[in-house]
Design a protein. Structure first.
Length: 69
């Protein structure tokens, strides 16, 4: 049976999400079926500084099969 694992971060902290995923994979011994990602469009920063943007949300979806299933 396939299961889903979601990882969410912001684009300025991708390295932490990458580390989290790389720790989760061997810890669970999951068999990965697919990996899909999405980055939200940038939005203007509310500080009013022209040309300034907030970091975008990043979502990674991993469809996997649990170990031993």
């Amino acid at each position: 049976m396939h299961q889903v694992k979601l990882f969410k971060s912001i684009e300025s902290e991708l390295w932490t999400m990458e580390a989290e995923i790389n720790e989760w994979l061997p810890a669970t011994n999951a068999k990965v079926i697919s990996v899909t990602g999405n980055i939200a469009p940038q939005t203007a920063d509310s500080s009013g500084i022209q040309g300034s943007f907030s970091a975008s949300d990043v979502l990674v979806v991993i469809v996997y099969e649990a170990a031993g299933k």
